[in-house]
Design a protein. Structure first.
Length: 189
């Protein structure tokens, strides 16, 4: 039997949130609590460390009691920059990523992702579509990621494909992965 690996759980909270009217999505209230609080509660028991990647309201995020880092690049370049910051600062060799606006994150998310792979990156798939912000990545991917960002790549799926990741079927928890990109999405949760 394989020994479970140690994981840094990464909450991606660094976006510009244009579709949410520019609000800091992680701090938007859902059932009277910030979205990020729901994600922390679900993710923390599954990982060895929580790392929040945020580019605004850093002190507010720090108040949740976890390490907070920012993108290494300016102007909200997207989730790849969040991956880069996380891989740079994580204490563990593997990171497990999720967005800050998925308040129903499954309590078995880490187990689902890890069960599929041992030595390669993994990306979630649900309803036959990539769910690239739900990824399991080794720190060894940092050099490739940095080179891709330096070359102007900003598409998460395109970079992930270069890693030839395992595809983890998350159909059984697809409804729990729904996020709040817009106020209407939030109301629908």
């Amino acid at each position: 039997m394989n020994t479970p690996r140690t994981l840094t759980g990464v909450i991606l909270a660094g976006g510009a949130s244009r579709r949410m009217g520019g609000q800091d999505k992680g701090l938007v209230l859902f059932q009277e609590r910030p979205l990020v609080a729901w994600v922390i509660d679900a993710l923390a028991p599954q990982v060895d460390e929580i790392l929040i990647v945020a580019n605004r309201n850093l002190e507010t995020y720090r108040a949740f009691g976890h390490h907070v880092v920012s993108d290494l690049r300016p102007d909200f370049p997207g989730p790849l920059a969040g991956f880069e910051a996380a891989l740079t600062h994580a204490r563990h060799e593997w990171i497990l990523t999720c967005p800050t606006d998925a308040p129903h994150l499954p309590t078995n998310y880490a187990r689902l992702m890890e069960a599929r792979t041992r030595n390669t990156a993994a990306v979630g798939f649900a309803d036959a579509h990539w769910q690239p912000v739900f990824s399991l990545l080794p720190r060894t991917a940092l050099a490739s990621l940095t080179a891709s960002l330096d070359a102007g790549e900003h598409k998460v799926q395109r970079w992930l494909a270069t890693l030839n990741p395992e595809r983890v079927n998350l159909d059984s928890v697809a409804t729990l992965l729904r996020d709040a990109d817009t106020p209407e999405d939030l109301a629908g949760l």
